[in-house]
Design a protein. Sequence first.
Length: 122
Amino acid sequence: MKIFFKGAFGRLNIAYICLIDLLKIPMNQYLITAYDYTDEGATERRMNVRPHHLDGAKELKASGNFVLGGAMLDDDGKMIGSVMVMQFETEEQLEAWKQGEPYITQKVWETVDIKPFKVAAV
């Protein structure tokens, strides 16, 4: 990874950046694929819960747990589920996220599949 900062500071030593990266606690990454319920009230339930889900995602992003995510859409552009890449230091942290995720607790997601994952360093 080559990172240069130009301007008043000139170039930052790449070795220093790599050393900082080595000091970070490694996290296990997960691919989360979740499909919404399909009952009559499913879309309304999703839209009512969505602000709480997004607030949680912002907190997870700030803590370094949320890597990326978004809604899956059907052919008509309607949200039918979600895909996220998350990372946690421990299985207990992953489990705590599942216990507090509004889309799970408020019955937006009918199925949630979680697989170990590794984001490519490209």
